[in-house]
Design a protein around this ligand. Structure first.
Ligand code: UDP
Length: 332
């Protein structure tokens, strides 16, 4: 089956492309390389033993996307901006990149008659007051422009399904971490803000220490709880989601493990894996952080038989291997 992956040169995209190639699919990647890395696709080709086609283009560029859709059966739409903090400073960038980009993609798909799409959404669509664990029906309340673009992207797909008979899936990612077991592909970002990359930077000496954002939450050790999922499990989840496209309509699934870990547990896990203590300091709460965010993963398991298999140690070991074997990321 010919598949188009937008954002396929990024962190999640490269792991997805690897999983799709290994499963025997023909893959074309559309990426403008603003955040992605062409080298990631070279390494994916080494690992898979064959290549994805690559088209360098912006997803909002309708004529280029129309060309890229030639022969395509379905689209995984991952392209977009994803830094919550940046979205608070530059909301319009998120409206342009995420909503404008998606509108361009949908326009191109409609023009050529491709009507199946799997969308990279986020647990950020849930409101702070939603009950834990988060089921797909939990209250919405996007707390920043990034989250708003994910919630609205889902709504666009609901309308495409309702009005145009499309089959669409929105995957609400929880906290993806880790890297392919080979250590050849991983998360490559100059100034990461997420917990695990920051902890690893503190371990390698790229930053003097990581700050723990709040130790006075109403949680067992006072630090926030999150549902971390191995990037390779997340990639596999995208393959499991293919079956949902057999049913018309818009289908929403949480992609998490249902097992939360605290910031302290993640730091301890990284120390274990690296064999030395993580330099950290106690910081203030980060504005907008929910004390707990954990998925109820049952709908995905019940409908499609998907369960995440890899535990925290595997996530952190693979992430550590990636950073130690590629100290300059894809730069060498
Ligand atoms: N966190 C932290 N220090 C950091 C980065 C993150 O203590 O340098 C905490 C953050 O407050 C949250 C958890 O780690 O409780 C996960 O944050 P991340 O930004 O990775 O993901 P989020 O759940 O916010 O999307």
């Amino acid at each position: 089956m010919q598949i188009l992956v937008t954002g396929g040169a990024g962190y999640i995209g490269s792991h997805l492309v690897l999983a799709l190639l290994r499963a025997g699919h023909d893959v074309r990647v559309l990426d403008d390389l603003r955040a992605g890395h062409a080298q990631a696709l070279d390494r994916v080709a080494e690992l898979a033993g064959r290549s994805a086609e690559f088209v360098r283009a912006d997803v909002a560029d309708v004529p280029r996307v129309v060309d890229a859709l030639d022969g395509v059966h379905l689209v995984y739409h991952l392209a977009g901006s994803k830094a919550v903090g940046e979205s608070m400073g530059f909301p319009e960038r998120y409206f342009q990149n995420n909503l404008g980009g998606m509108a361009g993609l949908l326009t191109a798909m409609r023009q050529v008659g491709v009507d199946r799409i799997i969308f990279s959404s986020s647990a950020a669509v849930y409101g702070a007051e939603a009950e834990m664990p988060l089921s797909e029906g939990a209250t919405h309340g996007p707390a920043n422009p990034y989250a708003l673009t994910k919630a609205q992207g889902e709504q666009m797909l609901a309308w495409m399904a309702e009005r145009c008979g499309w089959s669409a899936v929105s995957l609400r990612y929880f906290n993806p971490v880790g890297a392919d077991a080979s250590g050849r592909i991983g998360e490559c970002c100059a100034e990461p803000t997420n917990l695990v990359p920051r902890v690893l930077q503190a371990l390698t000496g790229d930053i003097p220490h990581v700050a723990i954002f709040g130790e006075d939450y109403d949680t067992p050790d006072g630090t926030c709880l999150r549902d971390y999922i191995h990037i390779s499990d997340l990639a596999d989840a995208h393959l499991a989601a293919l079956d949902a496209l057999e049913r018309p309509g818009h289908h929403i699934y949480n992609v998490g493990t249902g097992r939360p870990y605290s910031v302290r547990e993640v730091i301890d896990g990284c120390s274990r894996v690296a064999g030395r203590p993580v330099p950290f300091v106690r910081g203030d709460r980060r504005p907008g952080d929910a004390p707990v965010a954990v998925a109820d993963p049952r709908r995905f398991a019940d409908d499609l038989g998907f369960r995440a298999e890899r535990g925290l140690d595997q996530m952190l070991e693979s992430a550590w291997r990636w950073v130690t074997e590629n100290p300059r990321g894809y730069a060498g």
